[in-house]
Design a protein around this ligand. Sequence first.
Ligand SMILES: NC(=O)c1ccc[n+]([C@@H]2O[C@H](COP(=O)([O-])OP(=O)(O)OC[C@H]3O[C@@H](n4cnc5c(N)ncnc54)[C@H](OP(=O)(O)O)[C@@H]3O)[C@@H](O)[C@H]2O)c1
Length: 280
Amino acid sequence: MTKVPAVTLNDGFQMPKVGLGTFAVRGGQGVNQIVAAIKDGYRSLDTATNYDNEGAVGEAIRRSGVARADLFVTSKLPGKYHRYADATMAIQESLYRMGLDYFDLFLIHWPLPKRDHYVEAWQAMIDAQKRGLIRSIGVSNFEPDHLDRLITETGVTPAVNQLEVHPYWAQERMVAADQQRGIVTEAWSPLGRGSAALKEPLIKELAAKYGKNVGQIILRWHEERGVVPIPKARHLDHQRANLDLFDFTLTPDEVAAITDLSRPDGRIDNQDPNEYEEFD
Ligand SMILES: NC(=O)c1ccc[n+]([C@@H]2O[C@H](COP(=O)([O-])OP(=O)(O)OC[C@H]3O[C@@H](n4cnc5c(N)ncnc54)[C@H](OP(=O)(O)O)[C@@H]3O)[C@@H](O)[C@H]2O)c1
């Protein structure tokens, strides 16, 4: 079983340097895939209320036989629950669905700046943290001005900002903005959701050079940039490979060359955090 190293967050808690994405991993088949991942060494699991699978992830945790204290469980607050009272209730309902009594990490899924209730949601998360329902609190898809409003208005800096990051959307500006504020960047769709990036000649060349597969080269690129990827893999060979990233390094030039694959229109679904209104 692979042991994954951890990064220390700005609140002192530790987060594994690779997590398992679970979007669209649901039902009995999903539970089996997640149990297999935990048995292979995954300790960090990323779900969200909007994935409709908090139940499956909770069930997989119970069936895995791994102690709750050894797992790092993340879920996310949906946009329709940004009001303080709604957010407070939604955190508890997420825990009930999962059968857990605390989250290691809870994120505001999207800022929805046009609705402009994300500071209220943040205050509800700060208070839930004080009550012991959440260990680390963070955000997802937040731009620098959104981060700065949270920090200025509440005095509490997010521990994590989970963002779309992959070779076609390298986000140099946002990775630097998080670093400047002491926030760890997590990468969603770190493999570009299985896109053409996996077929890039440069990535294939590096895979041949290091005796790794293309997915491992991209995940190692995240690690070299201080970004924590949460790849989703339903296939067991992918799951296992995506943990096996810590026995080789890329050179700074190779990291820069992968970053250079980034494109101005590189987002997978053109989801601009200033415009995107999530799922409702
Ligand atoms: N915060 C947000 O707004 C947000 C948005 C989107 C996603 N997320 C999170 O991020 C997670 C990951 O993103 P994602 O699921 O969109 O995409 P992803 O992890 O970039 O890509 C998943 C795809 O890559 C394939 N794959 C996995 N490992 C591979 C490897 N080593 N070699 C080749 N192909 C490989 C998978 O195939 P198989 O399944 O067949 O193995 C699957 O088709 C989600 O599951 C979710 O937890 C968060």
